[in-house]
Design a protein around this ligand. Structure first.
Ligand SMILES: Cc1cc2nc3c(=O)[nH]c(=O)nc-3n(C[C@H](O)[C@H](O)[C@H](O)COP(=O)(O)OP(=O)(O)OC[C@H]3O[C@@H](n4cnc5c(N)ncnc54)[C@H](O)[C@@H]3O)c2cc1C
Length: 238
């Protein structure tokens, strides 16, 4: 997520209170508040031998954000374990939306303009040694290849069909390209890292530089993966 330097003209809801950080278990099913931190939960369950969240290693997110973005990657997506989400509509009505109506896709779900308050997921029991080492392996591969110690929003662009956005940006010679205090990571070209004086405008200008160059070199239009909040964006954002 990237918030415009001009702010956002609307309501921002922060689900940070105890009520939104609760986890409840019923057999293989877990109901998680939307404010629960995904990664520590994923690590704990993987270490306990539950299968399904090992692929969330290295993805910083709350449960609400991971559901809305269908966070994931080559190892699997969060939506794969989601059985349903409790949501609030702008008129205040509450709905329990089942998996099939959430329409999970590549960094996509059918949750625009809605507030997720909790999610039900299923994590079957597996072999603790396997789930633990899979979590650790995925974590290690992210640690080795991504600039996780720098400030970033994760991958900036979606992978176009048949291509890896990072490889295209790298092949276009853009690693290290800078606008203001924002630069294309030298470690992983699909990450834009922000220095201490970086602004959203620097990041947005750099996104434009990268898109233009990749289009010129490969005739491929990169689509932004991060959600950019601009003053003109309508609705209630969480
Ligand atoms: C180092 C690094 C690595 C990353 N790796 C990955 C990766 O491998 N795969 C991946 O998918 N992402 C990755 N990301 C991006 C990020 O982790 C995901 O997008 C994550 O889902 C964001 O969760 P969040 O809770 O921080 O949501 P935010 O960034 O706060 O919000 C993201 C979107 O979700 C909406 N939202 C948040 N909470 C709710 C809610 N309760 N109800 C409704 N809408 C809500 C927001 O309005 C916004 O549109 C990475 C980020 C970093 C910094």
């Amino acid at each position: 997520m990237l918030v415009s330097d001009d702010g956002f003209d609307g309501v921002v809801v922060r689900l940070d209170s105890h009520a939104f950080k609760k986890t409840q278990q019923d057999g293989d099913r877990f109901r998680l508040g939307a404010g629960v931190d995904l990664m520590p939960f994923a690590r704990e369950k993987s270490y306990e031998g539950r299968t399904g969240l090992e692929c969330m290693a290295g993805i910083p997110a709350t449960i609400g954000g991971a559901t809305r973005m269908n966070a994931g990657g080559t190892h699997g997506d969060f939506g794969d374990v989601v059985k349903g989400a409790r949501i609030i509509h702008p008129d205040g009505s509450i709905e329990d939306r089942p998996h099939q109506l959430l329409e999970f896709g590549y960094r996509h779900s059918k949750l625009d303009g809605l507030i997720v308050t909790s999610v039900e997921i299923e994590l079957p029991k597996g072999d603790p040694q396997r789930t633990r080492s899979r979590f650790d392996e995925i974590w290690k591969s992210k640690e080795d290849s991504q600039p996780i110690k720098d400030k970033s929003a994760g991958c900036i662009f979606k992978n176009p069909p048949g291509h890896a956005a990072g490889q295209l940006i790298d092949r276009a010679g853009l690693k290290g390209t800078t606008v203001g205090d924002a630069s294309v990571s030298k470690r992983h070209a699909n990450f834009i890292v922000a220095g201490t004086s970086a602004t959203a405008s620097h990041v947005i200008a750099l996104i434009d530089v990268v898109r233009e160059r990749v289009f010129k070199e490969f005739d491929i239009a990169l689509e932004v993966e991060v959600d950019i909040w601009r003053p003109t964006k309508k609705g209630c954002l969480v």
